[in-house]
Design a protein around this ligand. Structure first.
Ligand code: ATP
Length: 337
C-alpha cells in the first residue's frame, strides 16, 4: 500500500487535484493498485489562513509518505516548492516535452526531456539590497553539477531515442559559474562514450527549440535556464496543459505540472488536467522502478494511453482546441480506465 501525499494548491490547483483524485480512485478500484491519498494544504490560501505557506504538519505528512503530488501554488511558490526541493534534496527536475496527436503544435515528432538542476543557481534565495542596487548570488557547485550531469546521461542511456545529451549554459558570459557547470558536464560525458555530447549557449538553445526541436534528446541545464526552456519546449509540443514534471532525489520524489496556478482560468472548469495526470504517470513509473513493481508501470502506461487516445479522437480541453471541461475530460478518462 503506497502512501501518496497531495498538495491541492491555488488557482487551478484544486480543480486539477479533484481530477487527480477521481482518476486515482478509479485506478485504485478498477485496476487493483493499492494506495491511500493524504490531501495537504500549502500555498497562498494556507499562508492567508495560517500565516505559513508550508506548514510544519504538511512537511511532516510529506515526509511520512512514499511520494508527493503537488498541484500548482500561486505567489508563494518560492516558499513551497523551492523549499521542498531543497529540503528533500530533490535535485533533478525532469520536464519531458513529447508530441501527442492532434495538437496545434509547431511539430508532431518531438520526444525530448529537460533535466534541470533543482537546488542551486539563482533559486537559493540569496538576494539582498546594497545601496541603491540589488544583488543575487548565483551558486553553482561542481558537486551538484556533476550529480545532475550524471542523471542526464543515465536518462539518455535508458531512453529509447537518439542517445544524445546537450549541455546548455552561457559560459561565454558567466565564465566562472557556468564554467563550473560546463566542465562538470564535459567531465561526466567521458564516462559515457556511447552517448553523444554537445554544448549550446542558452540563447542558441532557445532559438533551436523553435527551429529544429526534433534534434534534441536530453537537455541538461541549470535551474533558471531549465525553468524558462521547459515553458518554451512545452509550447512547442502543444502547450502547458500537456506538460508534466518530476522532482527526483535519491530517496523521494515529488510530481507536479510544469505550469503555475493560472489564476486567469481558475474556477471556470476549463483547465486541462493532463499536465497533472501525466505527472501521475511519471509518479507510477518512479514508484515502479523504486519498488520493482511492474503493476505501477502498467497503470502508468494505461493512463497515458487513455489520454493519448482521447486527444487523438479530438476529445480535448479548450487550451488544445477541444470543448471538454476539466470535469468532462476527467470523466472520459475514468470511463475509459
Ligand atoms: P508561474 O510563474 O507560477 O509558472 P505563469 O504566470 O507563468 O505561472 P502559468 O500559470 O504557468 O503562468 O500559465 C500560463 C498560462 O498558460 C495561464 O495563464 C493559462 O492561460 C495557461 N495554462 C497553464 N496551465 C494550463 C492548464 N492546465 N490548462 C489550460 N491552460 C493552462
Amino acid at each position: 500500500m503506497y502512501k501518496i501525499s497531495l498538495i491541492t494548491g491555488d488557482g487551478i490547483g484544486p480543480e486539477l487535484s479533484e481530477s487527480a483524485v477521481s482518476v486515482l480512485n478509479t485506478i485504485h478500484d478498477k485496476l487493483d493498485l493499492k494506495f491511500e491519498i493524504n490531501q495537504l494544504q500549502a500555498g497562498d490560501l494556507t499562508l492567508k489562513e495560517t500565516g505559513h505557506a508550508l506548514p510544519t504538519e504538511t512537511i511532516n505528512a510529506i515526509k511520512q509518505s512514499d511520494v508527493c503530488l503537488k498541484a500548482p501554488v500561486g505567489e508563494s511558490a518560492a516558499d513551497v516548492i523551492v523549499v521542498l526541493r531543497r529540503m528533500l534534496d530533490l535535485y533533478a527536475n525532469i520536464r519531458p516535452a513529447k508530441s501527442y496527436p492532434n495538437m496545434s503544435a509547431l511539430r508532431d515528432d518531438i520526444d525530448m526531456v529537460i533535466v534541470r538542476e533543482n537546488t542551486e543557481d539563482l533559486y537559493t534565495g540569496k538576494e539582498f539590497s546594497l545601496g541603491d542596487s540589488a544583488v543575487a548570488l548565483r551558486i553553482i557547485s561542481e558537486k551538484a553539477s556533476k550529480r545532475i550531469a550524471k542523471y542526464a546521461f543515465e536518462t539518455a542511456k535508458q531512453r529509447d531515442s537518439m542517445k544524445k545529451v546537450t549541455c546548455v549554459h552561457k559560459s561565454n558570459v558567466m565564465r566562472v559559474t557556468d564554467g563550473v557547470f560546463a566542465k562538470a558536464c564535459s567531465d561526466i560525458s567521458k564516462e559515457y562514450p556511447d552517448i553523444s555530447f554537445e554544448q549550446m549557449y542558452v540563447d542558441a538553445c532557445a532559438m533551436n527549440l523553435i527551429r529544429q526541436p526534433h534534434q534534441f534528446d536530453v537537455i541538461v541545464t541549470t535551474n533558471l535556464f531549465g525553468d524558462i526552456l521547459s515553458d518554451e519546449s512545452s509550447q512547442v509540443v502543444g502547450g502547458l496543459g500537456m506538460a508534466p514534471a518530476a522532482n527526483i532525489g535519491d530517496e523521494f520524489a515529488l510530481f507536479e505540472p510544469v505550469h503555475g496556478a493560472a489564476f486567469d482560468i481558475a474556477g471556470q472548469n476549463i483547465a486541462n488536467p493532463s499536465s497533472f495526470l501525466l505527472s501521475i504517470k511519471m509518479m507510477f513509473d518512479w514508484l515502479g522502478k523504486k519498488n520493482n513493481d511492474t503493476k505501477c508501470f502498467e497503470v502508468g502506461e494505461k493512463l497515458e494511453a487513455v489520454i493519448f487516445d482521447l486527444v487523438k479522437n479530438g476529445i480535448k480541453t479548450k487550451d488544445i482546441g477541444g470543448d471538454k471541461t476539466t470535469t468532462g475530460f476527467t470523466k472520459e478518462i475514468t470511463d475509459k480506465l
